[in-house]
Design a protein around this ligand. Structure first.
Ligand code: ZN
Length: 123
């Protein structure tokens, strides 16, 4: 599944969606905050321009929102099922902390997914 040529490879490895060789981000670890969010303007390998129009990555916010909801809802259900006596605000607080901790990963993944929606793999 994680072989070169699949979208999952490009998304998870944060590689260029066209050639699967060049890096999208300067540092693929989203928790290295000194380099956080710094992207190459173009693919260092095939010269694909990532930000193809101004505001292109605004759409990645919708992807990020969807992933956050997809994580938050099951988490809230699991937490309330496993821990007795939690009030709703405690459950929401735990889920909020979880989402805040995961936000750098969601940010990177959403941009990678967004790029892969618009570009396909070419050998
Ligand atoms: Zn490339």
């Amino acid at each position: 599944m994680l072989t070169k040529g699949s979208k999952a490879y490009s998304i998870i490895k944060m590689k260029c969606p066209r050639c699967h060789e060049g890096d999208v981000f300067f540092d693929a670890n989203p928790y290295h905050f000194s380099q956080f969010g710094k992207m190459h303007e173009r693919c260092p390998h095939c010269d694909l321009k990532y930000d193809m129009e101004p505001g292109f990555f605004l759409g990645a916010m919708y992807v990020s929102y969807g992933m956050a909801v997809a994580i938050a809802l099951p988490s809230a259900l699991i937490i309330s099922a496993l821990v007795d006596g939690l009030r709703i605000y405690q459950t929401v607080g735990i889920v909020l902390i979880e989402i805040i901790v995961l936000m750098p990963i969601l940010y990177y993944l959403s941009r990678s997914i967004w790029l892969n929606i618009f570009f396909g793999y070419k050998k």
